[in-house]
Ligand binder design. Sequence first.
Ligand SMILES: *[C@@H]1O[C@H](CO)[C@@H](O)[C@H](O)[C@H]1NC(C)=O
Ligand SMILES: *[C@@H]1O[C@H](CO)[C@@H](O)[C@H](O)[C@H]1NC(C)=O
Ligand SMILES: *[C@@H]1O[C@H](CO)[C@@H](O)[C@H](O)[C@H]1NC(C)=O
Length: 390
Amino acid sequence: MKLRLVLLTLAILWEELQNGACQQVKRRKEAGENRIRPGSKRVKVRYPKVKEKDTVGRGQSILTQVLDKGRFLRLGENVSLTPGKDIELRCKGTNIGWSYPTYLDTFNDSRLSIKQSDKYGQLILTSPSAADTGTYSCWVILCDGSECLKDPDHISSTYIFFTDKDNLFVPSAIYFEIVYLRPDRPSVIPCRVTSPLAKVSLHRVVPPEEMEVDGTLVTYHPTKGFILQKPSPEHQGVFYCMAVTKAPPQISNKYQLLYVEVPSSPPYVTIEASLSSASGGDNINITCTVLGEPDVDISFTWTYPGQGNCYSAPLGVGTLTQPCLCAQGLRPVSVRDSWRLINRGIAHTTRISQSVMAVDDLETIDFGKYICRAKNKNGETAVATSVRAN
Ligand SMILES: *[C@@H]1O[C@H](CO)[C@@H](O)[C@H](O)[C@H]1NC(C)=O
Ligand SMILES: *[C@@H]1O[C@H](CO)[C@@H](O)[C@H](O)[C@H]1NC(C)=O
Ligand SMILES: *[C@@H]1O[C@H](CO)[C@@H](O)[C@H](O)[C@H]1NC(C)=O
């Protein structure tokens, strides 16, 4: 009886879906990761009725690989494939979301194509290479009006190894990667391999030594890398991984492990003007400085007497300086943001981020209050200083 009621409800909902009550979400946007905002209101979960033979049981993968001659392989936890050979994945459902290694999005890769037909979603990746090794997932998208979410019971994931004997490690664009060690959480040295059969070891550069992998405090997983459960200052240094199959050993990129002990909080900011009282025609610099966690980006915003706001985006790793001119306002000034890492004792690495506002040839309009706002993911701090006329 109950079942019949449920089926009836499903049938009605199915009608609604057919009538277009369900808005399709933009596929490109959905791909990559689930972007449903955490604070958004919960959406009632509705199940579109599917044809009996299409019904997939809870826990059974909805993700299949299309093999030659129209055969399908239901994909499990992982699969090893040959690079160079195009792959086609399918997921049953009228509205399917996908995720795949973010690398494919970063480079806006034209080898990747995602399509939706009325019965299934399709992902095609042409000429895959070792670098495409990673997690591929699909899920049924359920919609209530314009709000859509992942159906938690119909998500499937597989980890694809594109096994390449010349690239035992998944190639990465970052040749020297920084790994932050924090006392309160595990750290991952991401030397992933393209073959689950590779034997991988972890090595310190100076002094040259192999790290013990005990299976509890230090473990290795082919899809993640080395995991340090309880990072400590002794783990600092430069490391690389070594992989062995039948062929000669290969080594990975290098990883710099840095220990961080700064608590997560809004930025700690100081502001200083090169002159606190000046005369017309003087040049001044106002410097806003933040000391904080090495991997937390800071963005600066300035408010100053001669103009409204001047914004400069956070800098990417490796970018040391990036000038930003705020010239739309009354008074052109220049702002230069930069950051670098500094070592403070053995167990401390701190990031020093600075924004310097330079005002040349002071005019009357430039006297007054300079406010610097520094923002990180934990909050914002504003500091001010005044420049007075002599
Ligand atoms: C691959 O999947 C199997 C189960 O299908 C699992 O036992 C194995 O640990 C997985 N291997 C990796 C490297 O994740
Ligand atoms: C990505 O590629 C598509 C088509 O190949 C193109 O229309 C789009 O502008 C590209 N986006 C970026 C950010 O390069
Ligand atoms: C302001 O800083 C720049 C470097 O950022 C420096 O070259 C210049 O001399 C400084 N000017 C003053 C007035 O301190």
